[in-house]
Design a protein around this ligand. Structure first.
Ligand SMILES: *Cc1c(COP(=O)(O)O)cnc(C)c1O
Ligand code: SF4
Length: 353
């Protein structure tokens, strides 16, 4: 283990490990989440073959060089073979349009490089701070606004984290810490347990939030160990998942969400409005219904951030506004997300509808 031991001690942790490892049904059921990460598909030829689609073009392969392909078996299993327009496939499939340089689409659309401190903290809004816990995701979403983020500069060692933790500890105005990334749940159980406990031990922190796509792309990641980490918190735990389409949901996802719910987490979802994926009424309504049925509140629908390589996903704001209006007419108020965009320099996300 990389970490020297801190005030919580490794013994307490290894004892918990030993007890829980014997009852963790995700381990019993099949491959553990780390193994699923290792076996994720990274080769576009393999992806196309598995999907029963023609071999990738040179332009598609070129797009992978800039931002690699990464998709788990669990996510792949919910796609329809032979369907090049599958809404899940389109989220992860590199396409030639990514190589275009479109005006207004930049490598750092949110000005995050300027807002990120050397220790991986990103504070744009009052009272809450975002901690780039690590750079790894368990899926590479082609529209990701962090596809060009200089992750090499974010902290990976405990010494660097210590600096971020000190900064949070010294700032009494912070009441909520958001673990983001990358995806914080790709950290090992040991690291995540350590990091979360450090934050939870600070008296001025009352909420801990996780921004994660793992419950969708590797539902087995929501193992007993993670549930017990969340259970032990003094802070309120909030998990913001990221799902864009109802087809992303199957029994394994529902099961993972059920575990989080049982652990007492407040569950929210954020989506990105994506052309050809969820920019129609049926997709939006189906997703909201699915979320609500699983006790997940639709929180944000994001207008696409103008990141280079993602211009082909753009949906005009008016279309988004109209979708939200139509949703309001047929769904209960709590099932309609807020349609927002991020504008550099603003004190909060801008609500469009
Ligand atoms: C979106 C975001 C948050 C969280 O904002 P909420 O409106 O509280 O969900 C916090 N920090 C940064 C940098 C963000 O981009
Ligand atoms: S999971 Fe989130 S951070 Fe990771 S690639 Fe997808 S959108 Fe980006």
């Amino acid at each position: 283990m990389v970490f020297p031991i801190t005030r919580f001690g490794v013994n307490r942790y290894s004892v918990k490990m030993a007890i829980l490892a014997t009852v963790d049904d995700s381990v019993r059921a099949g491959l553990g989440w780390k193994e699923q990460m290792k076996r994720a598909i990274r080769d576009p030829h393999e992806l196309m073959k598995r999907m029963g689609l023609p071999a990738p073009s040179t332009a598609q392969i070129q797009a992978c060089r800039q931002f690699g392909l990464f998709v788990t078996e669990a996510f792949l299993s919910r796609m329809e073979p032979g369907n090049a327009a599958d809404p899940l496939l389109r989220q992860i499939l590199p396409v030639c349009e990514e190589n275009l340089d479109i005006q207004g689409f930049s490598t750092d659309p949110l000005g995050e490089e300027a807002a990120t401190t050397e220790n991986g903290l990103l504070q744009k809004y009052q009272g809450r701070v975002l901690l780039i816990a690590n750079s790894v995701c368990a899926v590479n979403c082609r529209y990701c606004f962090r596809r060009h983020f200089p992750y090499e500069q974010t902290p990976h060692s405990q010494t660097q984290w210590s600096r971020a933790l000190k900064a949070i500890e010294n700032d009494q105005s912070i009441h909520e810490v958001i673990f983001s990334g990358g995806d914080p749940l790709t950290l090992s159980d040991e690291r995540l347990d350590w990091l979360v406990r450090q934050v939870d031990a600070m008296p001025h922190i009352s909420r801990i939030r996780f921004h994660t796509r793992l419950p969708i792309v590797i539902p087995d990641r929501i193992n007993q160990l993670f549930v017990s980490v969340v259970n032990d918190l003094k802070s309120k735990a909030i998990v913001v998942i990221h799902s864009n389409h109802a087809n992303e949901w199957d029994k394994s996802v529902e099961h993972a969400i059920g575990r989080l719910r049982q652990a007492g987490c407040q569950l929210l979802n954020q989506s990105v409005l994506l052309r050809g994926i969820n920019d129609d009424m049926k997709s939006m309504i189906d997703l909201s219904q699915r979320l609500i049925d699983c006790d997940v509140l639709p929180y944000y629908l994001h207008q696409l951030d103008p990141v280079q390589g993602a211009a082909h996903f753009k949906v005009e704001e008016e279309v988004g506004i109209s979708l939200i209006r139509q949703m309001r007419a047929v769904l209960p108020g709590y099932a309609v997300p807020r349609f927002v965009k991020e504008e550099p320099g603003q004190p909060n996300k801008t609500v469009i509808a």
